[in-house]
Design a protein around this ligand. Sequence first.
Ligand code: NAD
Ligand code: ZN
Length: 258
Amino acid sequence: MSGNEICDDHTIRQLAGWLRDAQHVIAFTGAGVSTESGIPDFRSPGGVWSKTEPVYYEDFLQSAEARQEYWRQKSETHDGFLQGVPNVTHRALARWEQVGILKGLITQNIDGLHRMAGSDNVLEIHGTAREIGCLDCEARYEADPLVQEFRRTNVLPDCPRCGGHLKHATISFGQALVPSVLEDSARWAGKSDLFLALGSSLVVHPAAGLPTIAKQSGGRLVIINRDSTPLDTTADLVLNTPMGETFEALERILRNDE
Ligand code: NAD
Ligand code: ZN
């Protein structure tokens, strides 16, 4: 489907109308908003899980071998994260916040592209791959120099301050989400009268429960995702269209009206 066809589609006009009329729009994004920035998602063919087994948090804590494998995997995906730049969808969402259409953005992404695009009111519920955290003293470090050092030496880095284990500031499999961040997301979802679930397969919990909270609180739920999701039947509108073209079409309509 081309951008113009999407734009002519009455559903996109309907969505633009809902965006204009809503008082409290919240966006919830997943890996599908960043694939057009060259960062692969997890569950599509060729996605991360078709190639590697993730290292579970418990194993990371208990075994040096697992920590070595974790750092190896992270060094492999590092360049993709660092080289990715915000695409039309990140930029549109940032603009919507600036002009007051969007109240807040909850993201599962760890690539930092929403903030880079200019979004401010962001909850990164799975953390950020741009930083490394110490598991003992809570110090934070920029990821790039530590990853480069690991690549050169193949030696696991320790916290320069306390000698503790260093790990990317992202939530690993088996690791609990930060309770306050999760509470804020649930609160935002509960307050929204229009909740946009964008580029997420909506199968990872507890994050995937947020659209349901929004819906149960009386808000509209809109899902934009190339593939179907388990929540499609509860949504008020589902668009299985390419993200960038969909946002370009929405932006054309919204900007015309401003
Ligand atoms: P997912 O991989 O489970 O699902 C992504 C969804 O996006 C898919 O259903 C796919 O159909 C859709 N999609 C992909 N490209 C699209 C496009 N151009 N247009 C429209 N739809 C598109 O991702 P998820 O639900 O975010 O869950 C994966 C987890 O992995 C998240 O927790 C996230 O932290 C992490 N992750 C993050 C990144 C990132 O930061 N960019 C990348 C991979 C994985
Ligand atoms: Zn430390």
